[in-house]
Design a binder for this molecule. Structure first.
Ligand SMILES: [Zn+2]
Length: 391
């Protein structure tokens, strides 16, 4: 009666790496997936178990968010460890069972001490790593980052933050065209940390150079970078056309026109898109006034903007909404949505040996959706975060 509890989830449409099975079965043993199979018949030799009939529902892998700043009224950039866990819990209840903590621009020493706190939460398994967004970004494309604190991507400074994160740094967003940019990309790539092109004013050619140096991610493609011009295609075209790059997209209907979302999606293909939230504190919480690092933000009708200047300041998105929108409005298949919300970000973050798909031996991280793609249940490591039998 300790950890060895077998649960069988039966009757649902189960999205496996090989495709969807109707009336499939997911067998959860303790914290792990023991089997994910077609058919509902229980095996005669199965140990005592609890069966839950989920007919009429979908079971998909838990979502993986590689770019998120907070939620539930709390932020990853400020506040106590308990507040960070409050943000984590909010996103988990919406199906995100794996997430990194994204920071915003702050003083270097503030970021370094922040990294130390977040690293502990990575080590205890609540976060999958740290994404440093800023301060190494372009003043021309600063978005909701504090201009006076921005700096060039000097590899020595990048190294300082990597060291402060004690091996838990997963990604840096850089304006790679700035002095030190390409050397920083090389430093990150050599250390197995993702170099992401973003908050950038780079040309097409400068972006190609960054990719050749080892950059493999586009930070929220389209947002905080020059628009496409037919003689100056800029970073968007360079990032979309290179097979080595995965593009982040914020599919909340505010950050991107649905046509721009679909254009990028179809050009990059399902294997090269990672849907992210870029969520700030108000996600899963509500309208009102918030701090984003040192800047004040007002959230009205779910849209976050800087009080000063009115720049969009992150989203209030949760990944269940992005999933639902992608399938019901943008016409993605459920299987492609699963790639973009689970498998691809898990692979990029290097955690696909444990999460990102429903396969035996992986963590029992899964989301139960109803026929309208609303979340009815969330399981993480074999335990219900949101129990489909309640509510
Ligand atoms: Zn962000």
């Amino acid at each position: 009666m300790t950890t060895h509890q077998v649960q069988v989830l039966s009757g649902a449409q189960v999205v496996l790496p090989t495709g969807t099975v109707d009336g499939g079965r997911v067998i959860v043993d303790g914290t792990k997936i023991a089997g994910a199979l077609p058919g509902t018949a229980a095996s005669a030799s199965a140990p005592a178990h609890h069966t839950l009939d989920l007919s009429g529902h979908w079971i998909v892998p838990g979502f993986v968010d590689m770019h998120v700043h907070g939620g539930g009224g709390a932020s990853f950039t400020s506040g106590t460890a308990e507040e960070v866990l409050q943000a984590v819990a909010t996103h988990r209840a919406h199906g995100t069972t794996t997430m990194v903590a994204s920071t915003v621009t702050e003083e270097m020493d503030v970021l370094a001490s922040r990294a130390a706190l977040l690293a502990e939460l990575v080590q205890q398994g609540d976060l999958a790593g740290i994404h440093f967004e800023g301060p190494f970004i372009s003043p021309c494309r600063k978005g909701a980052h504090s201009e006076s604190l921005l700096r060039d991507p000097d590899p020595a400074d990048v190294r300082k933050l990597m060291d402060a994160a004690h091996g838990t740094a997963k990604m840096f967003t850089l304006a790679t065209e700035m002095p030190g940019g390409l050397d920083s990309v090389r430093l990150l790539a050599e250390n197995g940390v993702l170099a992401a092109v973003g908050h950038t004013d780079a040309t097409y050619e400068q972006t190609v150079a960054a990719i050749d140096a080892g950059a493999t991610v586009a930070t929220h493609l389209y947002n905080a970078m020059p628009a496409v011009g037919h003689r100056a295609p800029g970073p968007i075209v360079a990032l979309l056309e290179d097979e080595r790059v995965t593009v982040e997209l914020i599919n909340d209907g505010t950050h991107l026109h649905p046509g721009a979302f679909r254009f990028a999606y179809h050009h990059a293909g399902a294997a090269r898109v990672a849907m992210i939230t870029d969520a700030m504190d108000a996600a899963g919480f509500g309208d009102g006034f918030y701090d984003l690092g040192p800047l004040a933000v007002e959230v009205r009708e779910g849209v976050a903007r800087l009080v000063e200047g009115g720049s969009i300041a992150g989203s209030t998105l949760t990944l269940d909404k992005a999933f639902r929108r992608s399938v019901t409005i943008d016409g993605l298949s459920v299987e492609d949505a699963v790639r973009s919300l689970s498998a691809n970000p898990a692979r990029l973050l290097g955690v696909d040996d444990r999460v990102g798909s429903l396969e035996p031996g992986k963590d029992a991280d899964l989301v139960v959706l109803d026929a309208d793609f609303a979340v009815k249940g969330v399981m993480r490591r074999g335990a219900w975060v949101l129990d489909p039998q309640v509510g």
